[in-house]
Design a protein around this ligand. Structure first.
Ligand SMILES: [Ca+2]
Length: 337
């Protein structure tokens, strides 16, 4: 990650012109937000408090996706990532969270088909089970990013959604999160909360900021929406024979969404076809012969490989990174064992 002393930080000093342009943008935005159904009362309360945040812009521009110079070949090893994200401490805290929420989780799994441990693992990966959820004021960050304009449609939509949450009575002091607008235990974007937030404890409110049951129910609902298939695993570890002809299993698909992540997987073959090629499941649940899987070798040939199923894509939908999806799955397996 580039430091805040990079070129971008020097090019845009938040002087008077910048703040004036930001205020002009907010005036334009106000009419669009009214048309979207945000109340004038909320707009009149929130908009005058917003200021352009150079820090948020610097963080946005230091993202890998924001720099066209990051080399595609520089894929780090999964092992150190795994050590950090599927640590003994996260597993132990996950088991405690799993036990504490069990009675609610069982109900959510029965309703959604999403495994209890997958919901817990997302909570663990996103915020260390609620330990850290971010301190950026959502309205201020999202207004800044919308004004900056690199992804205005996305961030203006999220700013509008944040104001709708305030309209619903959620206090602004609670609407904090990452610099990019992810909020609460599951790190939902505000629009995602409006669409997929769920009440998990029956009080009629979906409080993903302080209530684990509501956060877990909302995560479960997210996975239903992302196409999670009940009773099917996410992936299983596999051994790969040195003789495997990798050209013959190369994918020919070009995914429209995060193509680099999907390009690291083989094409889809059935478990029967994998076995015929000498790729053998090492552990995990029994998988039907005609189940389709892709082969992922996160650290290349000779290291641990995974046969990944349709449900792996639902985890990628939450956060499109192979290391993230593997960590969620492995933490889930560890928590439920
Ligand atoms: Ca609730």
């Amino acid at each position: 990650m580039r430091g805040p002393d990079g070129i971008a930080a020097q090019a845009q000093t938040p002087g008077g012109d910048q703040q004036a342009a930001f205020q002009a943008y907010l005036q334009d935005f106000r009419s669009r937000a009214l048309a979207q159904g945000v109340t004038a009362r909320t707009l009149d309360t929130v908009l005058p408090t917003l200021t352009y945040s150079q820090r948020v812009v610097d963080l946005d521009q230091s993202q890998p996706g924001g720099s066209p110079t990051s080399p595609a070949s520089a894929i780090p090893s999964f092992a150190p990532y795994r050590a950090k994200h599927v640590s003994d401490a996260l597993i132990a805290k996950g088991r405690a969270a799993y036990a504490a929420q069990r009675y609610r989780l069982q109900k959510i799994e029965a309703e959604t088909g999403v495994p209890e441990s997958i919901m817990v693992a997302i909570w663990g990966q996103e915020t260390s089970y609620g330990g850290y959820t971010g301190n950026f004021d959502l309205a201020n960050s999202l207004a800044t990013l919308a004004f900056e304009g690199r992804r205005r449609a996305l961030f203006e939509g999220e700013l509008t959604a944040t104001l709708k949450l305030i309209d619903r009575g959620i206090p602004r002091s609670q609407l904090k999160g990452s610099w990019a607008g992810a909020t609460g235990y599951p790190q939902f974007l505000p629009s995602m909360y409006l669409r997929l937030g769920r009440d998990g404890d029956g009080d009629g409110k979906a409080d993903i900021w302080t209530n684990p049951a509501d956060a877990l129910a909302s995560i479960g609902n997210y996975f239903v929406n992302a196409g999670w298939r009940r009773g099917e695993p996410w992936a299983v570890p596999a051994s790969v024979p040195p003789s495997l002809d990798r050209d013959s299993i190369a994918t020919r698909m070009n995914s429209p969404r995060c193509p680099r992540v999907h390009a690291r997987h083989s094409r889809w073959l059935t478990m029967r076809e994998w076995r015929a090629r000498g790729v053998v499941q090492l552990s995990g649940p029994a998988v039907a012969d005609d189940e389709l899987a892709t082969l992922l070798e996160p650290d290349g040939p000779g290291n641990t490989a995974y046969l990944t199923f349709g449900n792996y894509r639902a985890i990628l939908d939450y956060n499109c990174s192979n290391f993230y999806a593997l960590s969620v799955g492995l933490l889930s397996d560890a928590v439920s064992n």
